[in-house]
Design a protein. Structure first.
Length: 337
């Protein structure tokens, strides 16, 4: 019999109240919105831009990082009480703090300040319409804050180029913030590959061989399934302390990310640690599932496969993680090729 949480879908927490701006809002002498917008951004943003700037200012004043200092919860759709309950005693329980207070990007502020480049890459310049659509969607989802006519912060604002790239076998584009540009003085150059917040990174990622080994262990007639998270990076909040490092420019306006962007050196590590926590919860309920890239891969004997598949989806929903149902049918032959 599964624990009670396996079959009860908990109600998601409400995110911070959103309000629409009327005309131009001003804070710290910085003009936001109003008639300065290009015609494309004539509608005011769907939430108060001042909120995220004020959140950064408060965290920055108390420093050094939100989970260590201010302890201000950031907007999220995640059911944090359930995360904390199910990860009690887990070896990486600090993940819950990062989900509530934002993931630090682990930039070394003791070193250089990153250079800014207001020029976007060719993939953005040649296809402006997809960029416009992307920004409108991200702003509406609360993943991006903007547009601003100038630096909204009281500290330096790093601007990195956008680099949309086509996804394999589709006409969709993956939007990457090139935080490795310019080489030698980029945001990523200030983030260690081997250490996170001063501690060594010892994370290992499952491989296709690990999946193959599980299939061999369970034997003939075992069934495979997957659960695919939708834009998983964009479901994980950033520590407000680091907002000024995640900026970019488009149509002469400035924006910054409040969720982990693709292109950030520490984002894959953060994502894997979150998904490892979910795998721990599933294992506690008797579901042995691997986290592989963006997916959860399940390998089960026939009489438990459907239950494991159903329960894993219910748990993701209860935790507040969003699935990509368009990609829910797994192309396993391609995966194992």
């Amino acid at each position: 019999m599964y624990p009670k949480y396996c079959i009860v879908l908990l109600q998601k927490k409400q995110i911070a109240k959103k309000s629409r701006l009327s005309g131009a809002a001003h804070f710290s002498g910085v003009s936001v919105g109003g008639p300065q917008f290009s015609s494309f951004y004539s509608d005011p943003p769907p939430f108060d831009l001042d909120y995220y700037v004020a959140l950064h200012n408060r965290v920055y004043s108390l420093g050094p990082l939100n989970f260590l200092g201010a302890h201000l919860s950031v907007p999220s759709l995640l059911t944090l009480s359930l995360w904390r309950s199910l990860l009690t005693g887990y070896s990486d329980e600090v993940v819950c703090d990062f989900l509530e207070f934002g993931w630090p990007i682990s930039y070394d502020y003791r070193g250089f300040l990153p250079s800014s480049d207001f020029r976007n890459h060719k993939g953005a310049l040649d296809f402006p319409s997809p960029v416009d659509s992307y920004l409108l969607t991200e702003i509406a989802l609360g993943s991006v804050c903007g547009p601003f006519v100038s630096n909204p912060f009281s500290v330096p604002f790093a601007v990195s180029p956008l680099n949309p790239v086509l996804k394999p076998d589709t006409t969709e584009r993956r939007f990457i913030l090139d935080l490795s540009w310019p080489e030698g003085s980029s945001v990523n150059d200030g983030i260690s590959k081997d250490f996170y917040l001063g501690g060594p990174v010892s994370l290992t990622y499952p491989t296709v061989d690990d999946i193959a080994d599980r299939i061999v262990q369970l034997g003939l007639r075992c069934l495979l399934f997957k659960r695919d998270l939708k834009h998983v990076y964009r479901q994980l909040p950033v520590d407000p302390f680091d907002y000024p490092l995640l900026g970019y420019s488009w149509r002469d306006r400035l924006f910054f990310n409040v969720r982990l962007p693709m292109g950030l050196r520490s984002a894959a590590m953060a994502c894997q640690r979150v998904k490892n926590g979910v795998c721990f919860m599933l294992l506690q309920a008797g579901c042995d599932i691997l986290s592989y890239l963006d997916d959860f891969i399940g390998i089960s004997v026939p009489h438990t496969a459907y239950d494991h598949y159903s329960f894993s989806g219910s748990l993701l929903q209860a935790l507040g993680l969003q699935e990509s149902f368009v990609r829910l049918v797994c192309h396993l032959l391609k995966l194992l090729a």
